[in-house]
Design a protein around this ligand. Sequence first.
Ligand SMILES: [Zn+2]
Length: 449
Amino acid sequence: MLVLQILVSFRLISVPYVHNPEGDFLHYKNVVKALRLRYSRKGAEVLISGGKIKISRSGKIYLHGRFSFLKLNGGYLEANSWAYLLSRVSKVYNYYWDYKRKGFIQSHYPPSVKLTNAHKYRTKAVFVFSHNRDLRPTYSFKKGKLKLSFPRGFLVVNPVSLKNFLSSVKIIHTLSGLTLIFTLKKGVKYSVKRGDRDITLVLNMPYRPTPRKKFRLGELIVVDPGHGGKDPGAIGYRGIREKDITLAIAREVRRIAEKRLGVRVVLTRDRDVFIPLWERSKIANRLGATMFISIHCNFSRNRYAHGLETYFLSNARTRWERAVAALENASVKYEINYRRQYGMVRKILGDMAQNRYLKESQVLAEYIQESVVKKTGTLNRGIKQAGFYVLLFTHTPSVLVETGFISNPREARRLKSRWYIRRIAEGIVNGIALYLNKYAEKSYFSGRG
Ligand SMILES: [Zn+2]
């Protein structure tokens, strides 16, 4: 009965198309005509539906005023991209390109499949498709092509958001449902996990072991064990203290990095002593450090929270990022004049876009995050950004690693163990090496024959 209803509610709108191996391509004038959309020109710009879709002189497509990452080619755009744009513009309908009958399926019903998550890291991409419970998606793999089929499935998605690790994505709708065909790039591995109402696709790039010693020996790195002395940091499961864990990890980073990379590592503290936050960045600046890495442990009132986060300095975007920064910055309460200093942080963060180390810090954060996840197998909570006082005044790429939640019993036990501390430290050192290699020539060998 439901199927019948859906069929009845469909309408097919044919549009002239050009077919090539990458799909069906539609000219914007034909789309406007077939769907009877409002259309006007403003100078070299084309406005569709009163400007909700805007095409710039160079063919870039803006949706509701924002760049959609889609671009016309000689006036043409792939049919599924049109379906996405049309669905986002219409208040009433969703559109799907019927690959067999060569027209838009116009439907009142919301899409039965949604791309609810698309995360991309340097060596890993994760896509989560949620679907109605009665759909039974299937998948198969053949000759580098991964095929996900959702019988009776319909998806509205910007195809661009799926492209990474993939040489192509095909979205094929017919009246009987949806098929996604991913052509994986060479060496990319996949895994698929099916849930009750979702299906997760994970793509992994081959892991390349750390290349060595392209950079100058003796490069100086400052590692900052968070908290210390009268500031214990967070107190976790069974009284475990953040300041003890951070020191143990930092020492291990120093040992491994000096041995394997031939760099020099200076710790901001090598014992249980209180060092003001501003003093920590000053140490890095005074020594002309190549990078600054602050080590911390996370804390949450939700004792199930666990996993790894690496931060670089920027404006916090989420409530969680702000909460973590507030917790770490609370350390200044142990310092004199903390009110004045705290006010200053917020003022300076106002024009963070000017920070010349923003890009490098982000890259460093990515490398460390990925390498530690790889080494420990812990949950990847992602790269994050927030306003950390301890990173604010360093004149070098700087990150803050939240190595795990000491509020989580299982993670707290691990963080106390030597083998786990060692894994974390090895991950951090691998991240450092990746970073040094990337920036080696640019920053460290400049001017040398
Ligand atoms: Zn901390």
